[in-house]
Each structure stands twice: as C-alpha cells, then as structure tokens.
Design a binder for this molecule. Structure first.
Ligand code: ADP
Length: 576
C-alpha cells in the first residue's frame, strides 16, 4: 500500500515543481477569494436580516388591515348587534375567537366627548393621536407596566355629527413577539426605555437585558434610522435594530431582529478561516495533481532509466513496456528495437569470437606441429644413421645432432610454457632502467666488441613494475638485437625519455633493421625470419611487458638498425 506512494528522485522533483507552481497562485487566490466570499456572505446575511425585518413591519400593516376587516365585519353584524354603551364590549361573543385569531388583544370604545366607555383590559392609552388619524403605535399604561400597541381607530356614527371611536389594538406583549419570531424565523426582542436606558420588556434570563449599543447607533435610532450589527447582542447575532415610533413621533422602543450566529455560518464569514480552507484545499489539489502527474509522466522515464541501466550492465534482455503512442512511447519502441539489435550483434560477436578462437587454436596447433616435426624428423634420421653406421666419427656427429635438436625442442617447449604461464607479477617501485641494465650485463658478457651508448633522461623518476618479468623481456629483445648485428662489432644505444606521465625506455641496435613489409607481423606468434627461430621471442616479451603494466612497440625511424621502446607510467613520489 505504502509502496504505491513511494516516489523516486525525478518524481519528487516533478511533484515539488507542480506544488510550487500551484501553491503561490493558490495562496493569493485563497486570500482574495476568502475575503470576497466572507464579504459576500456577510452582505447576504445583512440583506436577509433586513428583508426579514421588513416582513415584521409588513406584519404591522397586516395588523391594521386585519383590524379594519374586523370593523367591517362588526359593522355588517352591527345592524342588529353592535352596541356601544358604557361598560359593554362592542364585540359579540361569537366574534371573540376571530378577534384573537386576528391578533386583536385590546379593544376600547371612546365616547363622542372622549370619555372611555369600555376597555377590554385595564389599560390607558398614554399617547394620543391626531384627529383623523386611523392607525398609530401608541404607549399603553397597564398599571405597573408600560407597553406599546399598534392600534386602528374606527369612527362609528353616534348621530348629530358625532362619533364613537372604536380602538382595536395589538399589544406588543410577549405573545406578540413570539408570533413575530415564528413568522420571520428571527430572534425578536423589544427594548423599552427604562430609567433613562433601554431594556428588554420581557426578561428572558431572569432580568431584563440592557440595550448596549455604541453612541452613534443610538443617535441613528433617535434619528429614526435602523442600525445593523454583525456582532449584535454580545456577538451572538447578526441583528438589525429598528426604532418603533409612536403617534407623537417619539422613539418609544427599539425593535431587534437577529439571526443567531451558527458555527457553520460563522466559518463562512470568517475571512482568515475561509482563506486557510481554500489554501488547504488548493494544496491538497496541487499535491494530488502533482502526484498523479509525477507518476503518469515520470513513470515511462523511469522505465527508460531502468532499461538503460540494465543495458549498461550488459543485460541485453532489457525491454520497456509501451503504454502510449506519444513521444515517450516512440522512444520506448526505439529503445526496444535498439536492445534487440544489440542483443543480436552481441550473440553474433560471441559466435564469431568462438570461431576465431577455434581457428586460432587450429593455427597454433599447426604451427606447433610444424615446429616440433622438424627436430623430431632430424632426430629420427640421425638415430637411424647412428645405428646403421660403424664409423665412430659419424656416430659422434649424429649424437651431437640428436643432442642439438632435442635441446632445440626443449627451448621450444620452454618458450611455449613461458608464453602460456608466466608467474604472477610482483610490483615494486624501481628505477625504470634497472631491468634493462641487468639484462645487458647478462647478454654482453664476453662481447667486448659491442659498444653501448646510454642516454638516460629520466632523472630520479621511478616506476612501479615487476623487475624480473621486465628483465626477461629485455633479454629477448637484446637477443634479437645481437642476432641481427651478427658476430661483428656493433653499437647498442639505450636511453630514456619522459613523455607525459610515462617514461619511454628504448633499445636501438646497429643491425640491418626491419623491412617495412615485415613490421606489421613482428608480434605475430611463430613469425620468424631465422632458420632456427621459434617466432615467439617478441610475443613472449610483449606478454611479459603487458603483465607488468607497460607497453612494447617497434619504433620505425630513419636510423640504421631496429628500435624497440617500452612505455611505463611514472609513479608519483607521494604515492610511494
Ligand atoms: P625469433 O627471434 O625466434 O625469430 P622473434 O619473435 O623474437 O622470434 O622475432 C621475430 C622476427 O622479428 C625475427 O625473426 C626477425 O626477423 C625480426 N626481428 C626481431 N628483432 C629484430 C631486430 N632487432 N633486428 C631485425 N629484425 C628483428
């Protein structure tokens, strides 16, 4: 499960780049959109609270309309029943339920001279209305309590141009507020003035709540304008405070409609929380997209990387799965085709190598048979002549021939052995001319007629080599040089030259040199121009020199004789 989320280096880089590319705009977008969304939601809530409060105001005019409707009903019924006399309710029994249904909680009848003929409750209207006014909000004294009421005044003719006044009112009492709350879905409170302050008329929490608003808000309310606050009532509501103006133009109460601040809505209006949420969402999105992309795009590159590594490790069975027809798919296809042709080429190479090996073995066997057959043939003939001859002189001669040829065979076998199995080199830091000097000593013993010139230019530079292997190689090279110069006097020049980080040690003789057509065959096994030669001298020298970490080469030039040079890396003095 966890392995599915494992990302390699390239995938991690792609993911990082995508996250960075998305993150910065996401931060800006998060902050801006957080600000925008919270402002819009704040605005919408304010709009909603204002609209719902208008609904409350609408409800007031509904009350007046209901009251008028009720008066019409009364008038129609009153042809027979309406009686406006002192102490008697003008509302017949059967219409009482309709009255309370329409929200009419106060009924008063006022006589033509202004005297109160009937009141459904012990209540006195404190505020008076202007003549001719039909609806008003008035202050009502209920003994211990002052309340407001929305009233509708209807004139009922009393004869000789005089009128009774029927007052139908809805008291702004607790029941009324609860009804308003139910209608608008908002928390509704009414604040009445109390000892120079405003407090809720109906104590909710044991005692009336004081209206706490900034001075500017009070000024606005006094000015008969409503005041909106997103943190109304100690931050518990988005609320609108509206002034309730009585018939005398006084602001007698403050009407509050509020929407409770719920967690969810609060979150939507909290700018920083919203910004953080949007940024977090963006980050998760960026991570998701980055993760997907890094896997979809980078996976083929990963396959390619794995396959190339396998190819580099000589595993030609490497193959890339092809999942798409795009450039990456084409690349995979080309790679697979290349791997197949490399595999075929390698197989062909192996078969060719096998063939070469077999033919080299055949050639070697032929050459060896040829080299061995000659001395054996001579030994055969000599031994027959030896047994068939009585001449002691001849027999001595044949014995010498047999000895010589068997010695030659012995040398040949030694050469073969040396070629096939020399000892493991033991490296030591030495003077590069030390093996040559030792070989010269051996080869020039008793050859005073040979003049040796030494031109050493390597100073005290040293090399790391197996001195004994190099000495044997120099013996072969010196033997060839002396054989080329013959028995006459001659000159050998030995010298050193420093080239790059190598030392060249050369040996030059004053023999006839090597014709150009033979130069390329010098290091071929069994190539010889001598009657008694094995053609293995240079091959053995080359093998020994290479085993010692050096290189042997024939140096053509316009000098007399042949020149062979050995190149070997210099050892740093600090590495010694
Ligand atoms: P061999 O000495 O048994 O012939 P080598 O491999 O040592 O075998 O030499 C191969 C051939 O290279 C020689 O037969 C000879 O023709 C040529 N050769 C080698 N060294 C010299 C030299 N210093 N001068 C001339 N010819 C040389």
């Amino acid at each position: 499960m966890l392995a599915a989320f494992h990302l390699n280096k390239l995938q991690r880089k792609v993911l990082l780049v995508i996250v960075l590319i998305i993150l910065v705009p996401m931060l800006v977008t998060g902050v801006l959109s957080g600000r925008w969304v919270s402002a819009r939601i704040d605005e919408s809530i304010e709009h909603w609270v204002r609209e719902s409060t208008q609904l409350d105001e609408g409800a007031l005019s509904d009350l007046h309309r209901n009251a008028r409707l009720f008066v019409d009903t009364l008038n129609q019924v009153g042809q027979r029943h309406l009686s406006l006399s002192r102490g008697r309710s003008p509302i017949p029994e059967n219409l009482q339920p309709l009255a309370s249904e329409l929200g009419i909680s106060l009924v008063q009848v006022i006589g033509p001279t202004g005297e109160l003929l009937y009141s459904s409750r012990p209540a006195t209207l404190v505020t008076s209305w202007a003549p001719g006014q039909e609806t008003a909000v008035v202050k009502v004294n209920m003994g211990t309590q002052n309340l407001l009421a929305a009233i509708t005044i209807s004139r009922i003719p009393a004869g000789s141009g005089q009128y009774y006044r029927l007052v139908l009112g809805t008291l702004f009492d607790k029941e009324f507020l609860n009804r308003m709350s139910r209608l608008s879905g908002l928390k509704t409170r009414l604040f009445y003035p109390e000892k120079g302050d405003f407090a809720t008329a109906f104590a909710e929490e044991g005692r009336p709540l004081k209206l706490r608003l900034p001075a500017a808000a009070f000024a606005q309310l006094q000015n008969r304008q409503s005041y909106y606050s997103a943190t109304a009532e100690d931050g518990r509501y988005w609320g609108l405070y509206s002034p309730v103006v009585t018939a005398s133009g006084q602001v007698e109460a403050v009407w509050f409609s509020g929407h409770e601040r719920t967690r969810r809505l609060e979150f939507l209006t909290d700018e920083s929380a919203l910004s953080l949420a949007i940024i977090f969402f963006g980050l998760v999105l960026a991570l998701g997209v980055g993760f997907m992309l890094s896997r979809i795009v980078v996976r083929p590159v990963e396959y390619l990387h794995e396959a190339v590594m396998r190819l580099a490790a000589q595993d030609f069975r490497a193959e890339i799965p092809i999942h798409s027809r795009d450039e990456l798919g084409e690349l995979a296809q080309a790679f697979n085709a290349m791997a197949i042709s490399l595999r075929e080429a390698r197989n062909e190479q192996q078969r060719e190598f096998q063939r070469d090996k077999l033919s080299a073995l055949g050639e070697l066997s032929l050459a060896m048979a040829h080299e061995i057959r000659n001395p054996i043939g001579i030994i055969n003939t000599a031994s027959r002549l030896f047994t068939g001859s009585e001449d002691s002189q001849r027999r001595i001669e044949m014995c010498r021939v047999i000895q010589e040829e068997s010695q030659r065979l012995n040398h040949l076998l030694n050469d073969f052995q040396q070629l096939a199995r020399h000892r493991r080199p033991e490296f030591k830091v030495i003077d590069p001319v030390e093996p040559l000097e030792k070989a010269l000593q051996v080869m020039l013993a008793g050859r005073e007629e040979i003049v040796v010139t030494k031109v050493y230019n390597h100073g005290d530079l040293q090399v790391s080599a197996d001195s004994e292997l190099l000495r044997q190689a120099w013996l072969n090279l010196l033997r060839n040089a002396l054989e080329a110069m013959g028995s006459d006097a001659g000159t050998l020049e030995v010298g050193t030259q420093v080239q790059d980080k190598q030392i060249e040690i050369y040996l030059q003789d004053s023999g006839p040199g090597i014709p150009i057509e033979k130069m390329t065959r010098l290091f071929e096994p069994f190539f010889t121009t001598k009657d008694q030669g094995s053609g293995l001298g240079l091959t053995i020298a080359n093998t020994l020199i290479e085993a010692s970490g050096a290189q042997l080469e024939f140096v053509p030039g316009d000098w007399a004789g042949a020149r062979f040079a050995l190149r070997i890396p210099i050892v740093n003095k600090e590495n010694k």
